[in-house]
Design a protein around this ligand. Structure first.
Ligand code: CUA
Length: 344
């Protein structure tokens, strides 16, 4: 091969590789990682991308070089010279991809294993792995903190840099838990508990998304993950725990409403919710009258046995039946809260 052709090949390769690199770097394909696990996934992404760019540059250079230098001249209709293989080249194009694919699988296996591992408490992680029970149901998330009594939240609050073990389950159909900035998805399956480990390493608020088509409200089944300094998290969790412990008889109706995700399907002005999947709860009085039932009885029945009577214009079977398992004090607080138009 002449020196001129090698220079030409290299030049084409550099241009093609450069264009591919610009596309990889300047288009935000993945969100900025906000957890150690997502950081590792990001590493695998770049590891694979760099290999792909190198192979693309090589292949593009050879194709473009051949198109330019070996194209048929006008009027030329001879066959090309017969070529009977090239052992060295064939060994190279088998061995190199095999080595690359093997290295990708080894790197991926290491990252998967590390991401599944729950780190032990240490000087850097004084909190032992924080356990959060994640419950999905049509169409809301709720997060329980068994380390802090019965503390429940409609948003996922996490301390910075503490390893967190999520135990994910569902009350009705299959959902899937996803925070793009945390990098991993995990299914929420009724009757089983799936694990997901997260070590948040960036402060901020990130979306929690349901990423499994689960029904009419699937697109609205969203919450937030808030990563906060450890002290702030502890004072929030302990404050909540105290509230639950102290005034246990007076469960707050508003808290029950929020923690059970009612706002992801219903409009209710006092709670600031505007969702339109289920009936508007600002009109409960008229709706109860239409149903011919006393207001509180109508509300209670609609919560625990939602298919017994369905507001005209709405479909049966959309409102989950799982709220029949609400503890009695919480149910009554919720009924009072709704019946009073948010005043109690
Ligand atoms: Cu839950 Cu989609």
């Amino acid at each position: 091969m002449r020196r001129g052709s090698v220079a030409q090949l290299v030049a084409i390769g550099i241009v093609c590789g450069g264009v591919a690199a610009l596309v990889a770097i300047f288009i935000p394909w993945l969100p900025d990682p906000a957890s150690r696990q997502a950081g590792r996934i990001d590493f695998v992404f770049w590891f694979v991308t760099v290999i792909c760019i190198a192979i693309f540059a090589l292949v593009a250079a050879v194709i473009i070089y051949s198109l330019v230098n070996f194209r048929a001249q006008p009027g030329e209709d001879l066959d090309g010279p017969p070529i009977h293989g090239h052992t060295g080249l064939e060994i190279a194009w088998t061995a190199v991809p095999a080595a690359l694919v093997t290295s990708i699988s080894i790197v991926s296996a290491i990252v998967l294993a590390k991401n599944d591992h729950v780190p032990k408490a240490s000087a850097a992680n004084p909190l032992k792995p924080l356990v959060v029970d994640v419950t999905a149901q049509q169409f809301a998330w709720s997060f329980q903190y068994p380390d802090f009594g019965k503390v429940t939240s409609a948003t996922l609050k996490l301390p910075l840099r503490a390893p967190v073990k999520l135990r994910i389950t569902s009350l009705d159909v299959i959902h899937s838990f996803w925070v793009p900035e945390f990098g991993q998805k995990q299914d929420a399956v009724p009757g089983s508990i799936n694990k997901l480990v997260i070590t948040p390493d960036r402060l901020g608020t990130y979306p929690v998304i349901c990423t499994e088509l689960c029904g009419l409200g699937h697109a609205l089944m969203r919450s937030r993950a808030e990563v906060m300094p450890e002290q702030q998290f502890l004072s929030w969790a302990k404050g909540q725990q105290k509230q639950l412990g102290g005034g246990s008889t007076s469960a707050s109706g508003k808290a029950v409403f929020t923690n059970n995700g009612c706002s992801s399907c219903h409009t209710f002005k006092p709670a600031g919710s505007t969702a339109k999947i289920g009936p508007d709860l600002d009109n409960l009085k008229q709706e109860a009258q239409q149903a011919g039932q006393p207001l509180e009885q109508f509300i209670r029945q609609s919560i625990v046995d939602p298919n017994a009577y369905v507001q005209p214009g709405y479909q049966k079977g959309i409102m989950p039946t799982t709220f029949s398992s609400l503890p009695k004090a919480q149910l009554e607080a919720l009924v009072k809260y709704l019946a009073s138009g948010g005043k109690q």
